[in-house]
Design a protein around this ligand. Sequence first.
Ligand SMILES: Cc1cc2nc3c(=O)[nH]c(=O)nc-3n(C[C@H](O)[C@H](O)[C@H](O)COP(=O)(O)OP(=O)(O)OC[C@H]3O[C@@H](n4cnc5c(N)ncnc54)[C@H](O)[C@@H]3O)c2cc1C
Ligand code: SF4
Ligand code: SF4
Length: 450
Amino acid sequence: MNESKAKPKKPRGVARLIDGKCIACGARCQSSCPVNCIEMTDSGEPIIETAKCIGCLKCVKICPATALEMYFTPGEQKILSELANISSIATEDEPDEESRQLQQMLARYRGVWVVVEQHEGVTAKVSWELLGTGADLARTLGVQISAVIIGHSVGHLCTEAFEHGADKALLLDAPVYLHYRTQPYSEAICHLIGKHRPEVILMGATAQGRDLAGAVATVVKTGLTADCTGLGIDDKRNLMQTRPAFGGNIMATIMCDKYRPQMATVRPHVMPMPDVKHGSKGEIIRETFAPQEDDVLVKVLEVINDRDGKDQIDVAAAEIIVSGGRGLMNKENFTLLQELADELGGVVGASRSAVDAGWIAHSRQVGQTGKTVRPKIYIACGISGAIQHMVGMQDSDTIIAINRDPEAPIFQVATYGVVGDLFQVVPALISRVRELKSQNSGYEPARAAA
Ligand SMILES: Cc1cc2nc3c(=O)[nH]c(=O)nc-3n(C[C@H](O)[C@H](O)[C@H](O)COP(=O)(O)OP(=O)(O)OC[C@H]3O[C@@H](n4cnc5c(N)ncnc54)[C@H](O)[C@@H]3O)c2cc1C
Ligand code: SF4
Ligand code: SF4
């Protein structure tokens, strides 16, 4: 009779903090814990409730300072060394069948795509910004960057895509794609994914991009990270998708390591516009897939420009923005900022506090729940610099902050900081600009984008 001794169960241990190593990164360990057994101290260090810890290793893996380790009791350590002596354990680190299949699946997906958004043959600029970013990702991955162009009579956009960095253009040109509708556009992209298997798909975080990306990700059963502010590639070819989380208090890097394609949306003006290389050529792949019009449930009867009669200023496209916050005190004081903006040829923006107070329209709000802007000059008047505001303007070329509190966080991102009362500083700026303009009749203010 064969006697077989049951193999002892591998202990999982519990996580513990290594003294002095935590850098208080913003509670990444806490947010990774699936059983909520990590509390944070006031100084931002974790306290781990070991009785609840299931030893999943998530906090250990995510900690950027390797400040967490697994702890095993002496009894558990003994079992571990016994297991190490069992020959089968020696092969434990070799990939099992499941991970082999996963690696095979991941290897079948190659290439970076940018879905180009267009309205009546005119592209949304964010698509070109994403081609620049996508080209960097493609270079890191050693693959090609493709523009996916869907519409009717939109063949000319392939040339524009090549000039903005695309190696290839996947073109779907048919009457059914004349106006954006979720059903035919998402069916088209799902078809292309099934046929070409890209590993990364980027779309603008516009009304259309948000709608389309969500529909496609749901059908192809993959992950989607919305409103990314940073994209990169890790050493396993995974897309690192960074975006504000927990109300903007921390920046989270999100990975989709078990599904493909990896999908992300990025808001306009978050990524820089790539240089246009006139005359660049690429490969056009003409696809014929087109749903039958009768099968499309939604019909577009008329397109009405929703900006008619509304605030026509596009803060996101302005080159000079003079923004006001709670420090403005009331609605009437915004005329002071308008005066400065007019002198500079810019537009007026605002923090959410000013918008919430009803001093200015929401369309002017800059920040996480407003517009992301990247102007040449951003003048922040009476704005403290909350993280939710700064994620929307910190990539401006030059930031000028006017605040009477020298400790205001806005000064951390400011190119020039003026500690003072805005009601003195702004009028002084206006009269100085007027003075300079009268001295130099050739002065040309920047154009506000309407
Ligand atoms: C989920 C979420 C999303 C958010 N999204 C956004 C967003 O998109 N955009 C956004 O802006 N905020 C957003 N917020 C709000 C954000 O957290 C801040 O509350 C807001 O940005 C603060 O606005 P503020 O700087 O105008 O006001 P405050 O923080 O009150 O700052 C006013 C500043 O004015 C200065 N000041 C006062 N009087 C004067 C004076 N006479 N001269 C000079 N300086 C003066 C003060 O020193 C102070 O620094 C969001 C918050 C959450 C939770
Ligand atoms: S090992 Fe897992 S369960 Fe334990 S504290 Fe870390 S994340 Fe939580
Ligand atoms: S993840 Fe690491 S560095 Fe960040 S708070 Fe936790 S222990 Fe500290």
